[in-house]
Design a protein. Structure first.
Length: 134
């Protein structure tokens, strides 16, 4: 995931506080504090000084700061070494760097559209369900 500074078209800078809804067609970088709703069809970057409380829906997400909320990414999620997160992640690909602190559930789809549980059960072969007590 290579998101350059030139490809970011909106920024919530250090020391800034934003509360509310932010729906954007391009990429967003947050180095300040954000609480509310975020939706983007592109990338979302939470910088080292960024503090975000929201559920995120984006193409790509990089967390270097603090996030309280869930991530649903179309392509990938990267949690950098300074990243702190409470929430669930659903994405085709996840990169974790050494030093990350996170708690939540992770669903890695591998780019598959099929239910992940079914993929794993079929791969194991011939079982009814992982939850079954038979």
């Amino acid at each position: 995931m290579a998101i350059g500074k030139d490809s970011i078209n909106s920024v919530i800078g250090p020391g800034s506080i934003f509360e509310g809804k932010f729906y954007i067609a391009g990429s967003l970088r947050i180095d300040g504090k954000f609480e509310g709703d975020i939706k983007t069809e592109d990338a979302l970057v939470i910088g080292e000084t960024g503090k975000v409380k929201t559920n995120i829906s984006a193409r790509e997400v990089i967390v270097s700061g603090t996030l309280i909320g869930n991530i649903k990414a179309e392509n990938e999620v990267k949690l950098e070494g300074t990243g702190r997160m409470l929430g669930d992640i659903t994405a085709p690909y996840l990169e974790l760097q050494k030093g990350v602190v996170a708690k939540g559930n992770i669903t890695i789809t591998g780019g598959q559209k099929k239910d992940v549980r079914k993929i794993v059960e079929e791969s194991f072969g011939g079982i009814k369900s992982l939850d079954s007590k038979d």
